[in-house]
Ligand binder design. Structure first.
Ligand code: CA
Length: 222
């Protein structure tokens, strides 16, 4: 899960990023509306946390222009004001939800979960491929009844593969989903992480779930 944080107060932005990373999200930062809009235009994010009062472009403008460009990433608007008309304006401009600052981090997490929950997954927070299951709310990874401990990045990588089960993802796509843009990740790093992941989820078991599609990338399938 990749989240874009558009917030000009560096302290808040960095605290949000850190908190979200502890919850196994990948987070990118933008400190003004223009940069936020540029990053969000890529459509690479699963959710955008968008502050309202921002330099260069305010939150309403960012929201409005993204929707005009057919970018439908869920947007959670952060407003310091808590005024009813701002919330209505935000929702009219295409935001999906809003949260008034200051807010409890737990509440933010609950809103994020609600907005990123895919409709078909609403009944279950568990993704399963064969005898491997991944619990999106507890981060538990279990294969054949055994709990597998993964690092935060390994978990994100597995989650990404499992959300796109049976589809081939190339290294660039995996980098986009799992690492934030400011970290200089080389395609070789992906190989290293895939190898580590295989050691934990595939090697101790008979069937190999992670497949290398030579020249294309990786996929997870039964
Ligand atoms: Ca602000």
């Amino acid at each position: 899960m990749k989240i874009l944080i558009v917030e000009d107060e560096h302290l808040i932005a960095n605290a949000l990023k850190k908190g979200l990373e502890q919850e196994h999200y990948t987070a990118d930062l933008a400190f003004d509306g223009e940069k936020g809009f540029d990053l969000a235009s890529s459509g690479d994010y699963d959710l955008i946390l968008l502050d309202l009062m921002l330099p260069k472009m305010n939150g309403f403008e960012v929201c409005n222009q993204l929707r005009q460009q057919q970018i439908h990433t869920p947007i959670l608007m952060l407003t310091a004001k808590g005024q009813v008309e701002d919330k209505i304006k935000g929702l009219n401009n295409g935001a999906d939800d809003y949260l008034t600052k200051p807010f409890a981090f737990e509440e933010l997490l609950a809103r994020i979960r609600a907005l990123t929950r895919r409709p078909q997954k609403s009944a279950s927070e568990i993704i399963t491929i064969g005898d491997l299951s991944l619990n999106l709310s507890t981060y538990e990874v279990i294969r054949q009844g055994k709990q597998i401990n993964l690092s935060s990045k390994e978990y994100s990588l597995l989650e990404c593969l499992m959300r796109h089960a049976n589809k081939i993802l190339n290294k660039d796509q995996l980098i986009q989903h799992v690492w934030s843009y400011e970290s200089d990740i080389l395609p070789n790093t992906v190989e290293v992480y895939i190898r580590n992941l295989r050691q934990k989820i595939d090697q101790p078991f008979k069937t190999k779930l992670i497949k290398t599609i030579r020249g294309f990338g990786y996929k997870i399938s039964e």
